[in-house]
Ligand binder design. Structure first.
Ligand code: DAH
Length: 442
């Protein structure tokens, strides 16, 4: 058990189903592009290790399984780290050809303005029945291409330089013909391009429609036509796999992961005659750019100055940040236990996006992990910590002991913190680092 009560208390919030919440509106906007897909918005976040990892083909030593990255309730039970945890069950239930699952997911991670230990994902999948195609006297590929023709057309610029599959980099599955895979990939890509066009046109309209006073990240030049690109990717549960990136305010932004569902998942779910694709995306990331929301903690706010700005019935408007309260930086330096310096000390956090858990990650260090510092900060300080950053690292030349310095940025979204208050929090934080991680303060 490594799950603090502060995390468990997020379970009943279900932000993605709260009326007029920006995550709900974002979810509904995406759902509107998948007519006929069955939506699941109430799936419970406590799942088995087998649902979250084994059923999806995660190898036993995958970084995602480690206690530094995942909240365990016991050896066999976790808070789901992604909505893919429900893929196998949803395929087994076989209630619809297409489905969308939106849900809260939980990961031990960095603290900064775009990472929060609880966030929301949407999973989507579409499968076809091979036998049904044959009964119609068509090939599976023909049936899928007929469906591709039903997807709304767009006129954006799509870069997709790689072949649909590649034996070395992005292999075709055994038992899937090249024609079938081409058709599935086309349906997946057209469907998701349509989603992206919808979202980014809405975001563009929102940011064109008047700026609230004060500097704003969305003030960058916004007149460029929308550009997207498909990038080869790897996930244990799909092949071939791709990520979709969008050129947004000067950078390529990763929006989703996707691919052709591993046939073993469908076979194990008792639907071996079905073939298809799946995708997963992070709802906060999309909502943040739709509304220009500058800090992920805001989604959890119950302040009416936040909540009253969103409405499912009116067009999407930029969020007008209420005044920014002052930040207060405080440093903490400590020596690691000598045993953990031998293991390499701090394992730097991979700055990976919310949906690339499957692709990123570093080997867990023994003894000490930066995520443990993050967790202590979150538990002691709650949402008044805006970010925590490693600012210095030093190995003593004689003893070989390692010292780290972290800078904590204290800032409330809702009020000005007093000096006494931050000092007290910081002192508690320092003490908890000693008590829980066994470090020695400098
Ligand atoms: N579950 C993945 C993650 O959180 C995202 C994802 C990638 C979902 C590819 C999918 C998929 O269904 O096909 O990292």
């Amino acid at each position: 058990m490594n799950t603090p009560s502060s995390i468990l208390s997020a379970i009943p919030r279900r932000l993605h189903t709260q009326p007029d919440h920006p995550l709900t509106i974002t979810r509904q906007l995406i759902e509107s592009r998948f007519p006929g897909y069955k939506t699941h918005n109430e799936l419970f976040p406590i799942v088995s290790v087998s649902q979250n990892f084994d059923s999806l083909g995660f190898p036993p030593d995958h970084i995602g399984r480690s206690r530094t990255d995942t909240y365990y309730l016991n050896r066999d039970t976790v808070l789901r780290t992604h909505t893919s945890a429900h893929q196998a069950d949803t395929f087994r239930a076989n209630e619809s050809e297409g489905y969308l699952i939106s849900a809260d997911v939980y990961r031990r991670d960095a603290i900064d303005r775009s990472h929060y230990p609880v966030f929301h994902q949407m999973e989507g999948a579409r499968t076809w029945d091979r036998r049904a195609a044959e009964q119609q006297g068509k090939t599976l590929a023909q049936v899928i291409w007929d469906d591709v023709a039903q997807i709304p057309k767009h006129d954006i610029d799509v870069e997709d330089p790689n072949p649909t599959f590649d034996a070395a980099r992005n292999p075709l599955q055994e038992g899937h013909s090249p024609e079938e895979t081409e058709a599935i990939a086309a349906h997946l890509k057209r469907s998701l391009e349509d989603v992206v066009v919808t979202i980014f046109n809405a975001a563009k309209q929102a940011s064109d429609a008047g700026s609230p006073p004060g500097p704003h990240p969305a003030d960058a030049d916004n007149n460029e036509p929308l550009k997207v690109r498909w990038v080869e990717a790897y996930f244990p549960f799909t092949t071939p796999s791709w990520e979709l990136e969008v050129f947004w305010q000067g950078d390529w932004l990763e929006v989703l992961g996707s691919g052709v569902v591993q046939q073993s998942i469908l076979n194990n779910a008792g639907v071996s005659n079905r073939v298809g694709w799946a995708f997963g995306l992070g709802l906060e990331r999309i909502a943040m750019l739709l509304y220009s929301i500058p800090d992920i903690r805001l989604f959890w706010s119950t302040d009416s100055r936040f909540l009253s700005q969103f409405s499912a019935d009116s067009p999407i408007r930029r969020f007008a940040p209420f005044s920014k309260y002052p930040a207060c930086f405080k440093d903490v330096s400590f020596w690691l236990k000598s045993s953990s310096s031998a293991a390499g000390g701090a394992t730097p956090l991979p700055r990976i996006s919310p949906f690339t858990m499957a692709a990123g990650g570093v080997a867990p260090g023994q003894g000490f992990h930066e995520n443990d510092v993050m967790e202590v900060a979150r538990e002691v300080c709650g949402d008044v910590v805006e970010d925590v950053r490693l600012t210095d690292e030093f190995v003593h030349p004689k003893t070989g002991r390692k010292s780290l310095c972290y800078r904590v940025n204290y800032r409330s979204l809702e009020r000005t913190l007093t000096n006494d208050e931050t000092n007290e929090l910081h002192e508690k934080f320092r003490q908890q680092l000693v008590d829980r991680l066994g470090v020695e303060l400098r």
